[in-house]
Design a protein around this ligand. Structure first.
Ligand code: NAP
Length: 585
């Protein structure tokens, strides 16, 4: 493992020797990282590096894995009781006087649940962060509950998880898993991980993988059937738990954690749009969540009240940048992300309105919110903004390209200058955002999401909005193309298509080829009309957060936007007739 400043020691326990590695200052709180199957401690290298600046970080190879020795005989050598002995021996060695913060992934988390719920580890664990590995006891009760009271939904959950657990049955067959891992599967595993999980490189997986995987089969054989048949009745957590659930986990259904509050009185839930191997694919996010959780437990209280807004499990701590955040949909979106606990960068060309948005976001429970002034149509300005954001706040997790302007008027009334202005803001603003912030996301290689606010005008032609509709159609197509391009990098792209939304856009939109008086009259008329329709920007903001969570491609928002979207697909002729009607922006 290529970890700067790593110190190695060996801990003897129950007839085996464990290889333990330490990083960071031993005076700081200790965080113990436990790996899963088929893995060794190196699965944590990216996360450990990021935590080492804040904590005393400890990693160890589970018995029979990596550079730890294996029990003899193997059968019966991997019971949860023995794994608990190992953990306590490591804790005795690395932090004899102070409880540790435990973090487990996969089987490291399955073990972690045992440690966090058995009496003999009480007082030795200050907190537990669990990812992708349930308690076998909770799992046993989850199965029994569904068998006892089977509704169609609960049975479907059971069958769904049963299908995801195919590999568990396979690992119970004698000798075959060992042969496969020491043979072709072991050789191909790095490529399989890369293809299915997008996990790659840098000393991972290690050369010990075939024997780790062969030995680790006993984790399943020694524990799964016995525990699922007779789950402990007293498996209550004696420590605060942070549960991080990757929603794209091929092996575990998120439903497994329904009702977990029964077992865990102090539970914080987090979700991630990711697959199973998050220590490799999302180290920044994990390190941030672990740091926040451990710090809040050490301080005796959270630094701030946990966010309670919709999707707080998903967006807590994420960096979200919204353009055009000084008004309307952009401002409502910034607030919705702030309520979900995100760190928000509110960008607008108007400094004062951006500052107000950031200030209110801070009051709403997102103390790390900032205002930035930038004209999205100005390439060099956007480049400076992107560099500043990366340097001062980090890589953006969610980008909302929302800034836009309205322009109405027939094609022949629309001057080249009008066209340029609308395309510069509505299309080039989005292009600049996607290029600059999207590239940072792609280079970081840890996923992300881009939301481009288009419009129902993107697919609904109109004789009175040629420039505006063209700009939005381009945004829609750009979003679709980019979505295809970034899919391989786990970066989602969504085009949001609102209909008529009651925002101040009606007072700033321009009407081509009319004098000032007529301009004013038309603005007032459309403001009245939008006011009567009164569809709030907050609902668009809700749709934006939902779209990111679901990874939607195109989201028409209002009923009229949904209606015309259907017409565009199934009755385009009707839509063309509608295009001849005089609209109101
Ligand atoms: P809004 O209330 O006018 O808000 C837009 C914000 O973006 C304003 O603060 C505006 O500042 C800012 N902005 C405009 N040009 C900018 C630029 N070049 N650089 C940085 N900031 C800029 O409008 P909205 O209704 O919320 O619209 C937001 C987005 O939704 C737009 O893309 C719009 O096309 C789209 N949309 C709106 C509706 C609707 O019915 N409202 C429907 C479909 C789509 P200024 O006030 O200084 O211009």
């Amino acid at each position: 493992m290529t970890l700067q400043g790593a110190r190695e020691r060996r801990v003897a326990t129950g007839g085996v020797e464990l290889c333990v590695v330490e990083l960071g200052d031993t005076a700081r709180p200790t965080v113990v990282l436990v790996h899963g199957y088929p893995d060794s401690k190196e699965v944590w290298s990216e996360v450990a590096e990021r935590l080492a600046g804040h904590f005393h970080v400890v990693l160890y190879d589970v018995r029979g894995h990596g550079r730890s020795t294996a029990p003899r005989p193997l059968r019966g050598g991997f019971t949860l009781e023995k794994l608990t002995d190992d953990f306590l021996a490591v804790v005795d060695a690395v932090s004899p006087d102070r409880p540790v913060h435990l973090v487990g992934h996969d089987w490291g988390s399955v073990q972690g649940w045992e440690f966090a719920t058995v009496g003999r580890a009480e007082g030795r664990i200050a907190s537990f962060t669990s990812m992708s590995g349930p308690s076998l006891d909770h799992f046993g009760h989850w199965i029994n509950g569904r068998l006892r009271r089977p509704t169609p939904r609960r049975l479907a959950q059971l069958l769904g998880q049963g299908a995801k657990s195919w590999y568990v049955y396979a690992l119970h067959t004698p000798a075959l898993p060992e042969l496969a891992w020491r043979g072709p599967l072991g050789r191909r595993w790095p490529r399989i991980l890369e293809r299915l999980e997008k996990v790659s490189g840098d000393g991972y997986p290690t050369a010990s993988l075939p024997s780790d995987a062969a030995h680790g089969a006993w984790l399943y054989r020694d524990n799964v059937r016995a525990r699922l048949r007779r789950p402990r009745e007293d498996a209550y957590a004696h420590t605060p738990v942070q549960l991080i659930t990757p929603l794209g986990d091929a092996f575990l259904s998120e439903r497994l954690y329904d009702g977990l509050e029964h077992w865990v009185p102090r539970l914080t839930r987090r979700t991630l749009d990711a697959r199973h191997w998050i220590p490799r694919t999302r180290p920044d996010r994990l390190a941030a969540w672990i740091t926040e959780f451990v710090t809040s437990v050490e301080d005796g209280r959270p630094k701030r009240a946990p966010a309670t807004g919709k999707h707080a499990d998903r967006f807590g701590g994420q960096l979200v940048l919204v353009t055009g955040a000084g008004s309307g949909i952009g401002r409502a979106t910034a607030y919705a992300f702030a309520a979900a606990g995100a760190r928000v960068v509110a960008v607008d060309r108007d400094a004062a309105s951006a500052a107000t948005t950031a200030e209110v976001a801070r009051l709403m429970g997102a103390p790390e919110s900032w205002a930035e002034t930038a004209d999205v149509s100005d390439g060099p300005v956007m480049e400076k903004l992107a560099a500043k954001v990366a340097a001062e706040y980090g890589v953006v997790d969610v980008l909302v390209n929302n800034a836009g302007i309205g322009l109405a008027g027939s094609f022949f009334d629309t001057t080249p200058e009008d066209w340029k202005e609308v395309l510069d803001v509505n299309l080039w603003g989005v292009i600049h955002g996607c290029r600059l912030f999207g590239r940072q996301m792609a280079e970081r290689g840890q996923g992300g999401h881009i939301v481009n606010v288009a419009s129902a005008a993107a697919y609904q032609p109109s004789k009175a909005l040629p420039a505006y509709s063209t700009s939005k159609a381009a945004v829609l197509m750009l979003s679709e193309c980019l979505r295809a391009e970034l899919a391989g990098q786990d970066i989602g792209v969504t085009a949001i298509c609102p209909g008529f939304i009651n925002t101040p856009i009606t007072s700033t939109a321009r009407f081509a080829a009319v004098d000032a008086e007529e301009q004013e009259r038309l603005r007032k008329r459309s403001a009245r009309w939008y006011g009567r329709r009164n569809y709030p920007a907050e609902k668009v903001a809700d749709a934006i957060l939902r779209a990111v969570v679901r990874g939607d491609a195109v989201v028409p928002v209002t009923p009229e936007a949904r209606g015309t979207y259907l017409l565009a697909r199934f009755a385009p002729r009707a839509l063309r007739r509608l295009a001849r009607v005089e609209p109101r922006l």
